[in-house]
Write a protein that binds this ligand. Structure first.
Ligand SMILES: O=C(O)[C@H]1O[C@H](OP(=O)(O)OP(=O)(O)OC[C@H]2O[C@@H](n3ccc(=O)[nH]c3=O)[C@H](O)[C@@H]2O)[C@H](O)[C@@H](O)[C@H]1O
Length: 452
């Protein structure tokens, strides 16, 4: 302390005032100098931050611009060419439709797009190629579609600008809306993705459809899961659907209510299809029949869920070709939307149909059929069904679809799984030995891949 005082106040009297003043001046000068230096530094930092931020925003904007997978004259030409119907003039089936298929690189989307194209309708697909399951399978489906002249845009149904642009470029007559976050049990892992695709995405799409001129008719994928805990069998469209067992089911049920609103207010023609556990070639790897096949061939165990009191779970498994017929029948009978300029001009159809097979099969039975076609015994772990959103059984009453769409499923599970296994072995490059199947060097999606 002493030392400090001595330093600040010199011991020689008389000098004190002058020296004090000089010292104070020095202090002030130092202080001023450091303030101005700080000020300069602050200015410098502000300038650096501003230039960094503007550079960032330039990078963002330009990367958005350069990364945008849509837009431009070439892109519009591709869209128009893909959307153009090619039915022969004077064809009994009329001039043909222009259909926007959402989720076109998905399982049902690919099959429906191909079927529409093969009969001469125009099809444009949109798909976000998300990684819920192996995107390479989705890309292989896109290549298959491209080889048949169907163009699939990489984009999300939540992108309202993209949808508006599409309706600007093409006066779509129909939308087949199949894009969704699928899977019953995955909803516990990633609930937000169900809200994103099945609620927000649906509303964005409906907004674009209601604004479009002409308004398209909409056919979309609901789900058998809306029947939830309903135990009245078989499931009929008028049965209770207010007891969903999973968030997936709840979002599909919400979709039915949301589409009703758009039908009511804006005159959109709506057809909701309740699909019952659809399976077949080019299917979804997350589904039981697909993952069981993979594990059985690789010698890995499979987990078979069992209901309460050791009751086997059962599903009304429905073959993809039957579902495609139901989808096309729905498009053909949809009737027109009635609104223009976002205003309803009269009542429009609002329909809901079950598309099932009408003959439920238990999960252990499904496994036996696979074992037969794969010529391998499965290593089964049978466990009690966890509380994961599953329902014990599904069973469709299809009278309404039969009557109004001419829907008539013709493929039983044995025949359907045989076709699936044939595709699976070919796609994943297995060859047939004398006793079993073994993998070859072929990679999925190579020319040895079977078509459908
Ligand atoms: O109709 C629908 O609306 C839905 O159908 C499909 O759901 P699900 O009927 O549940 O089909 P899927 O997963 O193949 O399980 C089949 C059975 O295997 C049992 N299962 C399943 C997995 C497993 O590891 N073990 C098992 O026993 C399981 O407990 C079940 O009993 C679609 O995925 C869904 O997106 C939706 O479209």
């Amino acid at each position: 302390m002493r030392v400090l005082e001595d330093d600040m106040f010199p011991s020689t009297p008389g000098k004190v005032k002058i020296e004090r003043a000089t010292a104070m001046n020095r202090q002030l000068h130092r202080c001023f100098a450091s303030t101005s230096t700080m000020f300069l530094w602050a200015l410098f930092l502000v300038a650096m931050t501003a230039s960094y931020l503007s550079f960032q925003s330039f990078v963002d904007t330009s990367s958005k611009y350069f990364a945008a997978s849509w837009g431009g004259l070439h892109w519009e030409r591709q869209i128009r060419a893909s959307a153009a119907p090619r039915r022969p003039p004077g064809s009994a089936a009329g001039a043909g439709m222009s259909v926007l298929v959402t989720g076109a690189a998905g399982f049902v989307g690919t099959h429906c797009s191909l079927a529409l194209r093969k009969r001469g309708d125009g099809v444009v697909g949109i798909d976000n190629f998300n990684s819920y399951y192996d995107p390479s399978l989705k890309k292989a489906r896109r290549s298959l579609l491209a080889s048949h002249g169907v163009f699939v845009i990489e984009g999300d149904i939540n992108d309202g600008r993209l949808l508006a642009k599409l309706f600007d470029v093409v006066p779509f007559t129909h939308v087949l809306h199949l894009a969704a976050q699928a899977g019953v049990r995955y909803a516990m892992e990633n609930p937000a993705s169900y809200v994103h695709s099945n609620i927000a995405g649906l509303v964005t799409l409906l907004e674009a459809c209601k604004d479009a001129d002409p308004q398209p008719a909409i056919v979309w994928a609901s789900s058998s899961s809306v029947y939830g805990l309903n135990d009245k069998v078989p499931f009929t469209e008028s049965d209770r659907t207010d007891q969903p067992a999973s968030l997936y089911a709840a979002t599909k049920k919400a979709g039915e209510e949301i589409t009703h609103t758009y039908n009511h207010i804006y005159g959109l023609s709506i057809t909701g299809l309740r699909f019952f556990t659809v399976y077949g070639p080019w299917g979804r790897p997350d589904m039981a029949y697909f993952s069981f096949t993979r594990n059985i061939l690789q010698g890995k165990p499979i987990t078979v869920y069992r209901g309460k009191n050791r009751v086997d779970l059962a599903r009304d498994f429905t073959y993809i070709d039957d579902i495609v017929k139901g989808c096309l029948g729905s498009l053909d009978t949809a009737g027109k939307s009635t609104g223009t300029g976002g205003k309803k001009r009269g009542p429009a159809p609002y329909r809901i149909f079950n598309l099932g097979n009408t003959s439920p099969v238990t999960v252990p039975n499904l496994v036996s059929i696979l074992e037969k076609h794969l010529r391998v015994k499965a290593k089964k772990n049978v466990v009690e069904m966890p509380g994961n959103g599953d329902v014990p059984f599904t069973h469709a009453n299809i009278s309404l679809a039969r009557q109004q769409l001419g829907y008539k499923p013709t493929t039983n599970l044995d025949v359907g799984l045989k076709k699936f296994v044939k595709w699976y072995l070919s796609y994943y490059g297995y060859t047939r030995g004398s006793k079993n199947f073994s993998p070859t060097t072929a990679t999925p999606g190579d020319p040895r891949t079977s078509e459908l």
